[in-house]
Design a protein around this ligand. Structure first.
Ligand code: NDP
Length: 330
């Protein structure tokens, strides 16, 4: 097929990553087994860094950006998939080392794909996207740790109005946890309350460097902020509690002490979505299918065309995006 289609491609210009729109043909795509016609991609924080050039996400260029895709198999050299299958792909290096979802078509490895869960449409799968599926990985990690049960005190979600945070609030509330949302945007309180948050903490109060052991408040936490915020959350976690940490929206450092861990047995659970094994992914998507309120999903959603990605990328890096943005790549 010689038809061209639009993609967002990151190149290296004067030693720096620079993203722009580019016309591609199928012949330009990598030689992977499964050709997918993409219906939707999505905007994650990492995508914002990649498209704005504010972070070096692409480890080789040219690189088609976009960490997620949802679409329909056009052709497959692998027996795992056949034309017409509806599929989802989160991560596996897309936008870093593998060409990603900001493109009408992409060729991907068969083993990276997951069948679209029956519970969701392609659009809903991208409302969830990496951010939402990571929120589910965090919730699963906390529950696997085995010390937190619904009804056991407060669970904190930091970066609550963002993508990971919004889905984490909704999932935890649906599972019966008492959820406190930390946000720097008081104007999102009504929105977060509608997702199930029952109390709020100003994010500035967590971002200040404080004592290594503070009043015990949180049975568990989902942290997408990192840095002093994560250090404070650890110092306020109850004896035997756990914190699932997945993000660095506030910084990649962790200016903490070991005291919460060695005196209160607090667990710091690291969560990675990119190379999570398929069994973990499928379980996270089951958590989402079983517990993510579809009305919340609708409340989280904004759908935007690919042409708006440059401005949306700046907005997510500036912390101005509420909930999840689906990118219509058609
Ligand atoms: P969003 O931008 O949607 O959400 C991040 C939220 O963090 C913002 O909405 C804001 O919430 C808060 N925030 C932003 N800047 C700061 C700051 N300087 N200090 C404190 N809080 C801040 O991003 P995502 O939800 O897509 O991703 C969140 C984080 O998780 C990112 O760091 C991302 O890289 C990481 N991530 C990691 C994954 C993994 O595999 N480990 C997978 C997916 C995401 P509010 O306005 O409510 O304060």
């Amino acid at each position: 097929m010689s038809e061209t289609f639009t993609a967002i491609v990151v190149d290296t210009v004067d030693g720096k990553p620079k993203a722009g729109f580019r016309q591609l043909t199928l012949d330009d795509l990598p030689d992977n087994d499964v050709l997918v016609e993409i219906a939707y991609s999505t905007l994650n924080y990492k995508d914002g860094l990649a498209v704005s050039g504010k972070g070096r996400i692409a480890r080789r260029t040219p690189m088609v950006a976009g960490a997620d895709l949802a679409g329909t198999v056009v052709s497959s050299r692998s027996p795992l998939w056949k034309p017409g299958d509806k599929v989802v792909l989160n991560g596996f290096g897309m936008s870093e080392t593998e060409w990603g979802g900001y493109s009408r078509f992409q060729k991907v490895k068969a083993e990276w794909l997951m069948a679209l869960p029956d519970a969701f449409t392609l659009e809903q799968a991208m409302v969830i996207g990496t951010a939402g599926y990571t929120a589910a990985l965090c919730v699963d990690a906390l529950e696997d740790w085995g010390v937190i049960k619904p009804g056991d005190g407060e669970v904190l979600v930091t970066g609550a109005a963002g993508g990971v945070g919004s889905v984490a609030v909704s999932l935890l509330a649906a599972k019966g946890y008492r959820v406190t949302a930390s946000t720097g945007r008081p104007e999102t309180h009504d929105y977060l309350a509608s997702l199930g948050a029952s109390a709020f903490v100003d994010r500035a109060s967590l971002a200040e460097k404080g004592a290594p052991l503070q009043k015990e408040r949180w049975s568990g936490a989902v942290d997408s902020v990192g840095s002093t915020t994560l250090a404070t959350v650890l110092s306020q976690t109850v004896y035997g509690g756990a914190v699932a940490a997945c993000g660095l929206a506030g910084g990649a450092d962790l200016p903490a002490t070991v005291l919460p861990h060695i005196l209160r047995g607090v667990a710091l659970l690291g969560v990675d979505s990119v190379f999570a094994p398929m069994a973990k992914r499928e379980r996270a998507w089951r958590t989402l299918a079983d517990h993510l309120d579809r009305a919340h999903l609708a409340a989280l959603t904004t759908v935007e065309p690919m042409s708006k990605l440059p401005e949306l990328a700046d907005a997510i890096v500036a912390g101005q995006i509420r909930g999840r943005v689906v990118i219509d790549v058609s």
